[in-house]
Write a protein that binds this ligand. Structure first.
Ligand code: NAP
Length: 454
C-alpha cells in the first residue's frame, strides 16, 4: 500500500513535496495528546479560550504572504483570492473572539423549578475531514468555533493540500494553543474509518463530495456518532426580466467563476427568463471573455488552472455528455491538462449532466425559463440544496418566494456567500448541520438541561 503523499503545482506539474503517512503508533499518540489536552482545555474559562483567537488572527496576518503562496502553489487559486481567503479567516477569528462567550453562556429558562437552565459543554475530540478548494477557510470555519467551545480537533485534509494542512497546525501552535488542541493527521481513508470508530473521537465534520459524505456519515452511523456534512451544491442563479444587469452582472460572473469555478456555493445553473435572455447572454459572454487567465501566482490573474488534471477531465466528461444531448457551446470548452477555459453552454435542459450534477469548474449552463414560477420550479429540480440566488428589482415578489426555496440559503440580488455572522449549510444531498454564527458553534456541544428544586 502506498504510504506517501506527493503534492504537485497544478499550473506546471512541478513536484512540490513528498510526505509520509503517519504510522499507527504516531496516530495513536496524536489521539492521546488530543484526549489529554481536552481534559484541561474544557476547564479553561471560555474567555481565555476566546482570547487566543486574537493571537491566531495575528499569526495569519503576519504570515499572509507565506500562506497565500502555499495555497496557490498547491491548488492553483489566483494569489489575490488566496490572500482574500486568509483575510476572511482573520475576520472569523475576530467574530468568535467577540461573540463566543455570549453564544455559550448558560441560557436560563423559566419553569416550575427553583432554577432551570441550559449549559453548553464541549464533547471531546472532533475529527474534521476537509476539501482542497478553500484549504484554509474550510478548516478554520470548523476549527475556530469548535475549539473555542472547548473541544480539541483533528484534521484529515485533502491530500493535494498537505502543505496547508501542516501550516494550519503551525498557526495554532504559534498562537499559543496548548499542544494537542489542533493536530493534523496524514492518513488514508482506511485510517479515517478506524478513527471514526475510536471511542475517544466524539463527532465528525466533513466538507467534501456527496460520495465522501455517504461513506463517512455511513461509518459514523454504525457507531452512533454525530456528523455535520457540508457537501456539494448545484445552486441556481435566477435572472428575471427586470434584473439590474448594470449593477449585478459582475456579481453573477463572480458567482460562477471565482476560485476558477471550484466553489460549493457557486452559481451552477443560470436560469434566465425570456424577456432578458438574449441581452443576458450577450453581456454575460462579454464579461466572461474579459477574465484574465494566467499563472495563479501573478497578481493580475483572475482565473487559472483547476486543482488537479483529473478534475478538469471529469468536467469535460459532463460537458461532452451534455453537448451530445443538445447543449450548445457559446464560449470556451477547451481542456488541456488541469486547464479548463471559462465555458458557457446554452440550450441546456433538465436531463443533461450539467443540470443534474455538480460541475466543479468554470462552466456556466444557461437555461431559458418562461417566467418566475417556471424559473423557481427549474431551480428546485435538484437533489442538492445549498442555496438559490435571484436577481430582480421587484423585492416584494422575490420575498414572497422565500417559502418556495427549500435550500440552506436564499440570496436576493447577491451571490450566495459564507459570512461568519450567518449560518451556512445545506439541505438534501448538500448535507446537514450548520457552520458559522451561533448555530455553528452549537453543533459540537452537549446541550445540557439543568433543573434545580430547593
Ligand atoms: P472529496 O473528494 O469528497 O474530498 C474531501 C475530503 O474527504 C478529502 O480530505 C478526502 O481525502 C476525504 N475523503 C474522501 N472520501 C473519503 C473516505 N471514504 N474516507 C475518508 N476520507 C475521505 O471532495 P473534494 O474533491 O476535495 O472537494 C470538492 C467537493 O467538496 C465538492 O463536491 C464541493 O461542492 C464540496 N464542498 C462543499 C462545501 C460546503 O460547504 N458545502 C464546501 C467546499 C467544498 P483525499 O484527498 O485523501 O481523498
Amino acid at each position: 500500500m502506498n504510504n506517501t503523499i506527493t503534492t504537485y503545482n497544478p499550473y506546471n506539474g512541478d513536484k512540490l513535496n513528498r510526505y509520509t503517512l503517519f504510522s499507527t503508533e504516531k496516530t495513536h499518540s496524536i489521539l492521546d495528546a488530543a484526549e489529554n489536552t481536552f481534559n484541561d482545555w474544557k476547564l479553561t474559562p471560555i474567555k481565555k479560550r476566546a482570547k487566543l483567537l486574537r493571537k491566531l488572527g495575528d499569526v495569519l496576518n503576519e504570515n499572509i504572504e507565506k500562506y497565500s503562496k502555499l495555497i496557490t502553489l498547491e491548488m492553483g487559486k489566483p494569489i489575490a483570492e488566496s490572500r482574500a481567503e486568509i483575510k476572511k479567516c482573520i475576520l472569523l477569528c475576530d467574530f468568535y473572539e467577540k461573540n463566543a462567550a455570549r453564544f455559550l453562556s448558560d441560557h436560563i429558562i423559566d419553569t416550575e423549578a427553583h432554577e432551570s437552565f441550559i449549559s453548553y459543554d464541549p464533547l471531546g475530540i472532533i475529527l474534521a475531514v476537509m476539501p482542497w478548494n478553500y484549504p484554509f477557510w474550510q478548516v478554520f470555519r470548523f476549527a475556530v468555533p469548535t475549539l473555542t467551545a472547548g473541544n480539541t480537533g483533528l484534521l484529515k485534509h485533502a491530500s493535494n493540500v498537505t502543505g496547508c494542512a501542516l501550516a494550519i497546525q503551525e498557526c495554532f501552535e504559534q498562537a499559543g494553543y496548548p499542544i494537542g488542541c489542533f493536530q493534523t493527521l496524514l492518513s488514508n481513508h482506511e485510517d479515517i474509518e478506524t478513527l471514526i470508530k475510536n471511542d475517544n473521537v466524539k463527532a465528525i465534520s466533513l466538507t467534501g463530495s456527496e460520495k465522501a459524505g455517504i461513506s463517512i456519515a455511513g461509518t459514523a452511523s454504525t457507531v452512533l456518532k454525530k456528523s455535520v456534512l457540508e457537501l456539494g451544491g448545484n445552486n441556481a442563479c435566477i435572472v428575471l426580466d427586470d434584473a439590474d444587469l448594470d449593477r449585478y452582472l459582475n456579481t453573477m460572473v463572480k458567482a460562477r467563476f471565482q476560485n476558477s469555478g471550484q466553489s460549493c456555493i457557486a452559481a451552477k445553473r443560470f436560469i434566465v427568463t425570456e424577456g432578458i435572455y438574449d441581452t443576458f447572454l450577450k453581456r454575460f459572454k462579454a464579461e466572461v471573455e474579459k477574465l484574465k487567465y494566467d499563472n495563479p501566482l501573478k497578481e493580475t490573474t483572475q482565473t487559472s488552472v483547476l486543482a488537479r488534471e483529473d478534475l478538469a477531465e471529469e468536467l469535460q466528461k459532463q460537458v461532452d455528455s451534455s453537448i451530445k444531448k443538445g447543449a450548445k457551446i457559446l464560449l470556451g470548452n477547451i481542456q488541456k491538462g488541469a486547464y479548463f477555459s471559462p465555458t458557457i453552454l446554452t440550450d441546456v435542459t433538465e436531463d443533461m449532466d450539467v443540470f443534474t450534477e455538480e460541475t466543479f469548474g468554470p462552466v456556466a449552463p444557461i437555461i431559458k425559463a418562461k417566467d418566475l414560477d417556471h424559473a423557481i420550479s427549474l431551480a428546485s429540480n435538484s437533489r442538492f440544496g445549498l442555496g438559490t440566488m435571484l436577481f430582480t428589482k421587484d423585492i416584494e415578489t422575490a420575498r414572497n418566494k422565500i417559502g418556495s426555496i427549500n435550500d440552506g440559503a436564499f440570496f436576493i440580488n447577491d451571490m450566495v456567500k459564507s459570512d461568519p455572522r450567518l449560518p451556512f449549510g445545506g439541505t438534501k444531498a448538500s448535507g446537514y448541520g450548520r457552520e458559522l454564527s451561533q448555530e455553528g458553534i452549537l453543533e459540537f456541544v452537549n446541550i445540557k438541561t439543568i433543573y434545580i428544586n430547593k
